[in-house]
Design a binder for this molecule. Structure first.
Ligand code: SAM
Length: 229
């Protein structure tokens, strides 16, 4: 008799976004696989939940996936979380889910916060068709290639994650490669105290995105090429 793997979303900044189902899932798990045991330990402390943790991050995910799937096969409930948001979305989680699927073991999502879905839903940019590209390559040449080959002609909305170190230069690159009139959204610190969601022509947003004091976490959304506000 097999147990199940629960893919549990956690808040992206505002603790109140934890769902009742997520609390129950974390409480019911015999083990919680997490990206960083300190981060998840702090979250569990705030929620008053005491469960064993195992670390599941970029470097050990392959080996840990098999061990976690063994536990599911043996009848345990295993929860997988990441530091924030939905596991497996630009975060660890994919490998253990795939391993359980390969073995025909039950996997259930416990949905909740996801930064790009939250930003997209509040952007006013088209949501009927979009492509999520996660983090682009850090090198400027790769990001410019993406802008020239994918974004310039895109007829659907494009969604990306970008770091605070590159957000200023990326907006400048968008202005150059996509033209001043392309509509974009830059969503910063979504659900947090300093949440800022800017939507407009890239030329209008560019002056707000310069300087060295751009801190926090960012989602970038690029509207389809012919979209006007
Ligand atoms: N799994 C997560 C999710 O469901 O959104 C994404 C994890 S990814 C490693 C982290 C990136 O997501 C950040 O660098 C940032 O680009 C974006 N992000 C996470 N939280 C955010 C927030 N509160 N506001 C804006 N962007 C956020």
């Amino acid at each position: 008799m097999s147990g199940s793997l629960l893919v549990v979303a956690t808040p992206i900044g505002n603790l109140a976004d934890i769902s009742d189902r997520a609390r129950e899932a974390l409480k019911s798990a015999s083990v919680i696989a997490c990206e960083d045991t300190r981060n998840t330990g702090n979250l569990l402390k705030l929620l008053g939940i005491h469960r064993p943790l195992v670390s599941n991050h970029g470097n050990n995910e392959k080996e840990v996936a098999a061990a976690l799937a063994d536990r599911v096969a043996a009848g345990e409930t295993v929860a997988v979380v990441s530091d924030a948001g939905t596991p497996a979305i630009s975060d660890p989680g994919f490998r253990v889910v795939r391993e359980c699927r390969r073995r025909g073991l039950p996997v259930s999502p416990i949905p909740g916060a996801c930064a790009f879905v939250a930003a997209l839903s509040a952007s006013g940019l088209p949501t009927n068709a979009f492509a999520y590209h996660g983090f682009l390559q850090p090198k400027s040449a790769a990001r410019i290639r993406f802008l020239e080959t994918v974004a310039a002609q895109s007829e659907i909305t494009l969604v990306l994650y970008e770091s605070c170190h590159r957000i200023g230069s990326f907006v400048a690159e968008m202005a150059e490669k996509l033209g001043p009139d392309r509509v974009i959204c830059v969503a910063r610190e979504v659900t947090k105290l300093h949440e800022t969601i800017l939507v407009g022509r890239v030329a209008d947003l560019l002056p707000k995105m310069t300087g060295n004091n751009l801190r926090g976490e960012f989602v970038v959304i690029i509207a389809p090429k012919d979209f006007a506000l």
